[in-house]
Design a protein around this ligand. Structure first.
Ligand SMILES: CC(C)(COP(=O)(O)OP(=O)(O)OC[C@H]1O[C@@H](n2cnc3c(N)ncnc32)[C@H](O)[C@@H]1OP(=O)(O)O)[C@@H](O)C(=O)NCCC(=O)NCCS
Length: 169
């Protein structure tokens, strides 16, 4: 049976291996990783997906900012999410995200962004249309920049640059 647990300290290396297999070791070069540089993932939103005691999936979220001309908004970045190759296509990715997003809502987060395939992520509530006024701090395929409201209306009038929480500009 697949079940979802909070991260434990001994997950770290297993998760790095899982992510290297899923995304390749050059994953750290992607623009989205700039948003994570020097920032810890949200501990309460770090999940291990397990099958018969073995970790086969991982989901984390990072805090980010959306900096507009006058207003800065808090948001969270979903990802990375990875399911080990042999365990894909069984709904585990969607289960992990549904649980993670539910927990994020309970914790009071209002909006989530991610870079990914809309055809997949719309199954858990993401839409390209909600991210049209957002920019990324580097090269990205804007068709894949998506957002979700955890509180109705949370993306209304939200415009600006998605930024690392430590960036000064
Ligand atoms: C993406 C990933 C996390 C999905 O996990 P998963 O457990 O295999 O996905 P699920 O089984 O929950 O997917 C269920 C549904 O989404 C569909 N789906 C999966 N990827 C899709 C895509 N890119 N576009 C559209 N639909 C997709 C499946 O066909 C399935 O649909 P169905 O229920 O109608 O048959 C996993 O494939 C993975 O780790 N990939 C490599 C890493 C990666 O690309 N991560 C995401 C980067 S943004």
């Amino acid at each position: 049976m697949f079940h979802i647990k909070p991260y434990e300290p001994n997950n770290i290396q297993k998760v790095a291996n899982l992510l290297d297999q899923a995304f390749g070791v050059d994953r750290l070069q992607k623009t989205v990783y700039r948003l994570r540089e020097g920032v810890e993932p949200i501990g309460a939103l770090s999940f291990a997906g397990c099958y018969e005691g073995q970790q086969v999936a991982s989901l984390q979220f990072w805090p980010v900012l959306i900096k507009g001309d006058e207003t800065t908004y808090d948001a969270i970045l979903l990802g990375p999410i990875a399911v080990a190759e042999d365990f894909r296509g069984q709904g585990y990715g969607l289960k992990l995200m549904a649980q993670g997003l539910e927990r994020a809502k309970e914790l009071g987060y209002e909006r989530v962004i991610l870079v990914g395939d809309e055809a997949y992520y719309q199954k858990v509530g993401f839409a390209r249309a909600l991210a049209r006024n957002l920019k990324m701090p580097g090269p990205v395929d804007y068709d894949r920049l998506l957002a979700q409201e955890l509180v109705s209306g949370a993306m209304n009038n939200v415009k600006g640059m998605i930024s690392n929480i430590n960036s000064s500009h």
